[in-house]
Write a protein that binds this ligand. Structure first.
Ligand SMILES: *Cc1c(COP(=O)(O)O)cnc(C)c1O
Length: 360
């Protein structure tokens, strides 16, 4: 069976080389006669996988020594609660920038534990841009400052990371981690569900500056305490072993591709192909303001629901899959994560051109 081009927002496309390697090692991992899924998480084989995976991620992202890397479960959504539970200080207050559905959920969750100060929002323009931030409006006494660096549903992304001074900056990077070079030292916590740009679902990566894992209140579940996971090296209980192994294969693949600098260039080229066409097409357009556009998730519309449906159906028939936009936005969305080859984007643009010609 032929592979298709899968534009799903998540779980999403993985590199074919990685899937092949995993398939090769499925029944017998490196001569141990077992699948990685069957290995004890405390045995020497898995210990090696785990250590190499962390080392590779540290190397790729140039993670400073004073940051811990945690391999957790619960998805990015559990971080919406863990962040306030762990970072709330005497002020019990944080600043949030509201840029879409995922920050909405994060804000709702945080409000259970602390005062949330929404310092900027792009809700008024249906989240088609990242709001302009004015540092004078930031709370001086916030326990942390929260952003989602890339908004998977709306296709917006920060072009510049806000400078929050001494206030720890917390970032949901679920849909753009590893897509470009970032300076980890600007952040207090970075977290990401794996299923967009890292590997299979079930793994959540948290990169946390070590002074921020200071422990939670006594009545908070032990698994919700970053300190539990820091102290136990992510092995307080069974970690998502197979997803960690797959993430490790993806990290090796990124290294082989030349690291994040090369990946970023590749991602910029892919996104440019699509945006260039959207900006000249008479049929398709991008609803996102130019200075807020994501490299990873690119929504587009014709403005006609029937035409959108026809496009999605015909695209699917020729192997351009999962292009339907999020139910709250409509239209189409192409998620073009690291593992989407440039050929996939070229095929999409070629089909859009053909469709436009035939239907106008
Ligand atoms: C997908 C996504 C989430 C939710 O992730 P889960 O792992 O399903 O909890 C949160 N934030 C962003 C930006 C996402 O793209």
């Amino acid at each position: 069976m032929a592979r298709v081009y899968n534009f799903s927002a998540g779980p999403a496309v993985l590199p074919e080389e990685v899937l092949k390697k995993a398939a090769d090692e499925m029944l017998d991992y490196k001569g141990c006669g077992m699948s990685v899924m069957e290995l004890s998480h405390r045995g020497k084989e898995f210990k090696q996988i785990f250590e190499e995976t962390e080392t590779a991620l540290r190397q790729i992202m140039a993670i400073p020594q004073n940051y811990k890397v945690l391999f957790l479960q619960g998805g990015a959504s559990l971080q919406f609660a863990m962040v306030p539970l762990n970072l709330k200080g005497k002020n019990k207050k944080a600043d949030y920038v509201h840029t879409g559905q995922w920050t909405k959920k994060a804000i709702k969750e945080a409000k259970k534990y602390i005062d949330v100060n929404v310092i900027a929002s792009s809700e008024a323009n249906n989240f088609t841009s990242i709001p302009k931030l004015d540092a004078n409006t930031f709370s001086k006494d916030a326990d942390y400052f929260y952003i989602a660096t890339n908004n998977t549903i709306y296709g917006t992304a920060y072009q510049q990371i806000p400078d929050t001074g001494d206030i720890p900056l917390v970032a949901d990077m679920s849909s753009n981690i590893l897509s470009e070079l970032i300076d980890v030292s600007k952040f207090g916590i970075i977290f990401a569900g794996a299923q967009k740009n890292i590997g299979p679902a079930g793994l959540t990566i948290v990169i946390i500056r070590d002074d921020l894992a200071k422990g939670v209140a006594d009545d908070v579940a032990v698994l919700l305490d970053y300190k539990t996971h820091v102290d136990a090296g992510s092995m307080y209980n069974t970690p998502p072993c197979y997803s960690i192994y797959m993430a490790g294969l993806v990290f090796d693949w990124i290294k082989q591709k030349g690291g994040l600098k090369a990946i970023q260039k590749h991602n910029q080229e892919k996104a440019q192909l699509l945006y260039d066409y959207l900006d000249t097409s008479a049929m398709f357009s991008s609803p996102v303001e130019k200075d807020s556009r994501s490299l990873m998730n690119i929504p587009f519309v014709t403005g006609n629901d029937d035409l959108d449906a026809k496009f999605i159906k015909q695209a699917s028939e020729i192997g351009l899959k999962t292009l339907k936009g999020h139910r709250t936005v409509g239209g189409m969305r192409a998620s073009i994560y690291n593992a989407m080859p440039v050929e996939g984007v070229k095929s999409l643009v070629a089909f859009m051109k053909e469709f436009e010609k035939e239907n106008s």
